[in-house]
Design a protein. Sequence first.
Length: 601
Amino acid sequence: MATDPLNPLIVQADRSLFLEAFNPRADEARAAIAPFAELVSSPEHLHTYRVSPLSLWNAASTGMTADAMLGALEGHAKFPLPGNVVTDIRELVGRWGRLTLDRFDEALILSAAPGDGPLLSELARHKAVGPLLRERMSDVVYTVDAGARGELKRALMDAGWPVDDRAGYTQGAAFPVTLAPDLTVRDYQREAAQAFYQGGSDTGGSGVVVLAPGAGKTVVGMVAMSLVGQRTLVLTTNRTSVNQWQRELLAKTDLTPDDVQEYAPGRPAGRELAPVTLCTYQMLTHRRPGAPAGEEHPHMSLIGAAEWGLIIYDEVHLLPAPVFRLTAGVQARRRLGLTATLVREDGREDGREGDVFALIGPKRYDQPWKTLEAQGWIAAATCAEVRLRLPADERPAYAAAPDRQKHGLAAVNPAKRAALRAVLARHPDVPTLVIGAYLDQLELMAADLEAPLITGKTPQRERERLFQAFREGGCARCCSRKSGISRWTSRTPRCSCRCPARSGPGRRKRSGSGGCCAPRRTGAARTSTRWSPAKPSRRITRTTGSCSSRSRATRTTSSTRANSERRAWRALTAHRSVRRMHVPHDRPDTQTTRTSPQGHT
């Protein structure tokens, strides 16, 4: 296929992709590569993606072929594709489906495609795979113990050979769930649940649904519960999320408070587990203080303690390692993972992404956030980044600090307090969340704004009271440490402005917009009712510290700084497009520079 130098995509030999965000064809190219490429970073002008074995296998598991992937790259590339990229994609995509796992009486059989006997022989010699294989029934078939199902899938993934698990599931205790009559399930939510369930066949029942924050992943979980119709265990990140799940389930299904309960080990025997039980990852991995390193987690038996027909993992990409180990032993239960991204935002790439694929399941459904935004299901977020120089008296400490401490010193730049006040002065009546990572800085900001502060130490009851006040309009502004806010913002369509006081190195800043992605209501009684796309966009403002002497001047008067900041804030609110903003302070006549990448921010 002939390439076009006006196209926006550059494909490198190491399978990295560079997308010109300013190119008029960028949106079309982004939509084409999104199913099989992972976003790595998205600065002003050039967005970086990567094509990894895992991203290719996730796409292949949804039915996308190697030809379709190569066609998407060739159709949007500036230059011819490197030969090794074409070879790699065909070879890696071709691995999906060559190994299958099926049930055989009380055991399992690992089967290879016809003619792949040498592949099985090679895997049998693998140090992690070999011990899990039992009798070789033919050139392309091995028997496997049913209890080794999860470990085998994990070992094969580590060996670079994903297996298509068709061994089916153990039926849990029946418990029908009926959705509320006035709950309107959006088309994509129903499609996601059906893509996971696949009519109850052995080819479905395990996998991950990826949807943008605010798109209603909880409703997808409820629809899946109604399709499965069995006892359900919901695992989530913290007690705030547990409470949100409980409220949503009681409001949008026919379940009663006795049917939906948080896991409470102190309750009388037989009453600890409800038909729909909610639990946090922290509870599962909790150990008594001073416990020996090898002691088992006392609550880990929860997953196997009842006849669960479905286990839902909320924010599945954040699963701790002990939960992965336990999940390896419950492969006969249906498993649904919900997340906004399959890539960890903390930068940890220690095999967890592969564990999600192997133990929870492949990606079953993914709807681009730009599509949901265009349809009005999530709000169009106006994003801006304001870079502030360190004051002159702070720079010597920054210069002398070890490298690992410099980011923290820049992140607590005292100039952020004035910048925050300036932004909020322009939006005095807008419900606003201020989120940061450094407690001392947040305490000062909360005092400046006379706003409540929520941290990890805030008692759960007080936290719920403040969140409820914010939702109902009794509290216009709220400051929170990142660990204290968690994913609560995704349940807060009232939030119109979010100000992260610290800009970390997150890969997909759009995903971090949290609840600001949920549009305001149009008067409907339930959150799954269609939102109005005509409501104002939410504003996300980032203030970051910087001490670069090459791109910014080393000295400036306070009046010049104030003038340039005022120009920046005027520009911030003058445009609705997504943009990053650099506020220089080197001379009075310097203009604020802006770009509009029209994509991930």
